[in-house]
Design a protein around this ligand. Sequence first.
Ligand SMILES: Nc1nc2c([nH]c(=O)n2[C@H]2C[C@H](O)[C@@H](COP(=O)(O)OP(=O)(O)OP(=O)(O)O)O2)c(=O)[nH]1
Length: 318
Amino acid sequence: MIPVTEVAAAVLLRGDPAAPEFLLAQRPVGKVYAGYWEFPGGKVEAGETARQALVRELQEELGVTVDQAWPWVCCEFTYPHATVRLRFFRVTSWHGEITPIEHSGLRWLKVDEAASVAPILPANGPILRALALPAVYALTYAEELGPAAELARLEKALATGLRLIQVRDKTLPPAQRERFARAVVELVRPWNEWNGASVLINDDPELARAVGAQGVHLSSTRLWQSVRRPEFERVAASCHTAADLKRAAELGLDFVVLGPVLPTASHPDATGMGWPEFSRLTASSPLPVYALGGLQPEILETARSSGGHGIALLRGWR
Ligand SMILES: Nc1nc2c([nH]c(=O)n2[C@H]2C[C@H](O)[C@@H](COP(=O)(O)OP(=O)(O)OP(=O)(O)O)O2)c(=O)[nH]1
């Protein structure tokens, strides 16, 4: 078996949480991949947890003390010199002044400026794409609210920053679902051009193509039936188990939804997996994970402290 080097890496975030800046650092002469840009961090030493390594590395490399770090994604990558398992944390609070103690340069960037920095360590491309995903994934509920009211809710939410939408509504009659999906895509189109807002259609690639949606959201059944990533700008999937998460990563999807975490209004008697299990499952996911099931916007911080990227909401988004 190839030995794997454990690495902890920090995505330091500052500014507006909805459009934050993140820090990249340039590897100094004398290290492998000198001159490449990376997230600050380094190898986990014997006896340390990844979090402890993160705290130590940020003190050594940047001279700051971490106050808040949320586990995020974890990916493996094989370089000629080593196979690394990178545990990324989102660091949202620290004290001390950031100083380039070990790096040859530091740069704060907006997510859409990431392409202006090169070269970036090869393992980090998917990380930059994941960073661009918003905190909330809104699932439509025209079945209950009616298509007109749902479009009105959407219009308001787009104006206050919503950027990721799934047309769910699996029980609408097909012709009505198509009309609704088309209307959602039309409503989102100007936002797509303006801020990259996108629409994924639940479990129906043909409908997604027909209405010009940016993506498709695979059910866990379709996830296992798919032999390759469907050809869309964005592809996500519903996951319930560690095997589902692994499968979604193998197919190279953009993100997943994992749940149900809590009992839901539609299934109040079914127990959800709970936050400890959610945490355990997300700990090794290379894809960003949205928590789903019985959630309200206020739970975002809990989801993030449990390793989630964000939350998927059916009733709760606005
Ligand atoms: N810190 C960091 N390392 C990364 C990133 N992406 C990535 O592939 N890596 C890889 C490069 C290296 O093979 C490994 C980190 O090792 P390192 O040499 O920087 O570790 P270190 O700071 O503990 O350095 P040293 O004591 O061995 O000199 O992880 C990233 O964004 N940040």
